[in-house]
Design a protein around this ligand. Sequence first.
Ligand SMILES: [Zn+2]
Length: 200
Amino acid sequence: MNPTTQEILSSTTGITNFTITTTTTIGGGSMIASPTSAASSSSSAPPPQLSRYENQKRRDWNTFGQYLRNHRPPLSLSRCSGAHVLEFLRYLDQFGKTKVHIQLCPFFGQPKPPAPCPCPLRQAWGSLDALIGRLRAAYEENGGKPESNPFGARAVRLYLREVRDSQSKARGISYEKKKRKRPLPPPPAALSRPADGSYE
Ligand SMILES: [Zn+2]
């Protein structure tokens, strides 16, 4: 017999903490305190295997939370607007790895420049677009209301479109090619329930 108390504490944020305490039996003592015995009786489900998307979404959400905590002046999630999301996206640009040529650069519009140039590195449009999609879902999964979702704000959509167009020109890349030939816009009915959470 090797008594092992296992406490599974589930927080409301969906993050599961495991505390595994191994108790060595001394003198046959049978006093094992189990403060959360109620949890074991319900035989809670094993922790879900998270997909890459889910893992990335959680990381993104943590990054954004970190950003809010470091924000000056302090900024809470409930007061977060589309303008703050744009601020966040611009902040991320300093960690970007995609060369985006300025208009004065001789390589402007060249997908494969023959030489280095001092143009800035930015976050690629595709990365930002996917990021916003994940954060938008995470916001609602963490209790945010769809109608106040700052990641779905019009300003954010417009900004992403602008980044897409300007990077497309600067890098000489057509983003249209990557898309499937299904130019069907989402029906207006689908817009009333965007918080499905499923992206696949
Ligand atoms: Zn350049």
